[in-house]
Ligand binder design. Structure first.
Ligand SMILES: Nc1ncnc2c1ncn2[C@@H]1O[C@H](COP(=O)(O)OP(=O)(O)OP(=O)(O)O)[C@@H](O)[C@H]1O
Ligand SMILES: [Mg+2]
Length: 511
């Protein structure tokens, strides 16, 4: 094999964290002028491997070659010096600085005059098709604009090898299209690009080759043109996997949750939810669709007592058929009313779990006394942690291992597992599969469907329209905080829902 051809060649890379072998003798090659997708289940070692190129970690064993020459990367500075730049999932920008100030931050030529910087930034933007204003402050930027600044920052430092860790997880479909065009331009320019993503349609669309990791080991590399999502999934998981969602119908759904004329206003006086009315029923998955920031977050938080309500009513129907008003109650008071409500929030390690605690500790945090967790009361948290570990195949050395050290997807499994375990009457989920690998995503869809068939009222806030249409029974579409319609997911068309997401005048049919 001729190493000269490769932009980067990693040979026999091993990285351990205590007893965890995150990377086990991995070999990976990327060529100049190609986009390589790095694929693998949650916890398979993708981020760790890339962090050894970006200088965040050093390998315990193995060698790295760039253009055929051995290189040693001890720090992010070394990575830059070797023309390697990584876009992490959590951006590292200074909010009060402008785009240009962030781009030159920490460079020795930081004293360089801003006019020159702006001119070079503009040149990079024109060349690759970015669209940023160098004088804009980071706190005024959207997520996608911040990401653009990160990429320009890396290019400004002369990166020839770019690594992007799940860059599309936070982008809208339109922003993803733009990003991919930029990546294609960089590829045409001869750069080497490695992209991590769990979305197989993106892998198929943008990559030239795909390398697959499984449980810290290198499995193989295939040409994108010669593979398929199914084949890639099988490679990732190690056995055949079915990729379809079964949508059984529940007999006789009943109203469980009634939201009427709900209006919420934020601290700045901006209306976040505008006269929202709907019901969530037993034995049903109610999807919530909308462009991100259309009120999804506020709606779930209002339902759990976390967001202040200006006017309107949120009522829960208890087992005796009585309506219990929840508006005006704190989350703790809501819990005390006996409403079995489970919540999987968007912010997993902030509102969901405590990162420094292990799985068992996090199980103990949940109040089991109220609600319908009668069965569970007898089981101790340790047993529950072990059950979740087995059923959801959580990758962790032990149930006491701090959850913040787990890979992103495994954190989510722990949270979803715990919330389902309380045997709720209502299960609210926000972006339940974000960051999850495809196999785990389907596990989550199955779990939610199981809950529905047990009579739980499931509310599923999602971003993938295809999944919403395949998984849910009804879909409520939000646009600018208002309901633009509620449709029957078995009958609605994708275009119809897309239109409703951008306009409140395109009303849907079903209640
Ligand atoms: N700093 C750390 N300390 C201890 N263990 C770690 C650390 N970083 C990663 N690990 C472990 O290494 C393994 C690989 O994690 P990594 O984050 O590389 O996975 P991944 O493939 O990027 O997963 P995901 O798709 O969920 O992001 C996991 O078991 C994880 O718990
Ligand atoms: Mg990762």
């Amino acid at each position: 094999m001729d190493r000269e051809n490769y932009a980067i060649s990693m040979r026999g890379i091993t990285k351990r964290f205590g007893e965890v072998v995150a990377n086990d003798g991995i070999c990976l090659d990327v060529r100049w002028g190609e986009i390589l997708a790095l694929l693998g289940e949650n916890g398979s070692g993708k981020t760790t491997l890339m962090n050894m190129l970006s200088g965040i970690y050093q390998p315990d064993e193995g060698e790295i070659y760039e253009d055929g020459e051995r290189i040693y990367i001890q720090s992010p500075r070394d990575a830059y010096a070797n023309g390697i730049g990584m876009i992490h999932q959590h951006y590292k920008l200074v909010e009060v600085f402008t785009a240009a100030q962030n781009i030159i931050l920490g460079l020795d030529d930081g004293k360089m005059d801003l006019r020159q910087t702006n001119a070079r930034v503009k040149e990079i933007c024109d060349r690759y098709g970015f669209d940023i204003d160098p004088t804009m402050k980071v706190y005024d930027m959207s997520v996608s604009q911040k990401q653009t600044v990160e990429i320009v920052k890396v290019l400004y430092r002369g990166a020839k090898i770019l690594i992007l860790d799940e860059p599309t997880a936070v982008l809208t479909p339109q922003e993803t299209v733009k990003l991919f065009n930029v990546l294609r331009n960089m590829k045409a320019d001869g750069k080497a690009i490695i992209i991590i993503t769990h979305k197989l349609n993106e892998v198929m669309e943008v990559s030239d080759r795909v390398s697959v990791l499984r449980k810290g080991c290198y499995i193989g590399t295939v040409e994108t043109a010669e593979t398929s999502p199914q084949a890639l999934t099988d490679m990732m998981v190690g056995h055949a996997v079915t990729l379809n969602i079964d949508r059984p119908k529940y007999d006789n759904p009943q109203r469980k949750f009634i939201v009427e004329h709900l209006t919420c206003v934020d601290a700045e006086g901006i209306t976040r939810l505008d006269d929202v009315s709907f019901t969530a029923n037993t034995g049903e998955i109610l999807g919530i669709a909308g462009i991100s920031g259309s009120g999804q977050k506020e709606l779930l938080e209002a339902m759990t007592g976390l967001y202040p309500v200006k006017s309107g009513s949120i009522r829960f129907i208890d087992d005796a058929g009585e309506e219990v008003e929840l508006v005006g109650k704190t989350p703790m008071q809501i819990r005390k009313t006996g409403v079995g409500m489970a919540f999987v929030p968007e912010d997993r390690l902030g509102m969901g779990l405590v990162g420094s605690m292990g799985m068992t500790g996090n199980m103990m945090l949940r109040s089991w006394k109220k609600g319908r967790g009668a069965l569970l009361r007898k089981k101790d948290p340790e047993a529950l942690a072990n059950r979740i570990l087995d059923e959801l195949e959580v990758v962790t050395p032990s149930t006491d291992y701090p959850v913040r050290r787990l890979s992103g997807g495994n954190v989510q499994k722990v949270l979803v597992g715990r919330e389902i375990a309380i045997q709720p009457a209502v299960l609210l989920t926000a972006y339940a599969v974000r960051g999850l690998d495809i196999n785990t995503s389907y596990t989550i869809y199955r779990l939610l469907t199981e809950q529905k068939m047990k009579g739980v009222a499931v509310v599923y806030v999602g971003e993938d329209l295809d999944v919403l249409m395949e998984l849910c029974d009804r879909i409520l579409v939000l646009c600018g905080g208002a309901v633009s319609g509620i449709v029957d997911a078995r009958k609605a068309g994708k275009d119809e829902i897309g239109l409703m997401m951008t306009s409140t005048s395109a009303k849907g049919e079903a209640r």
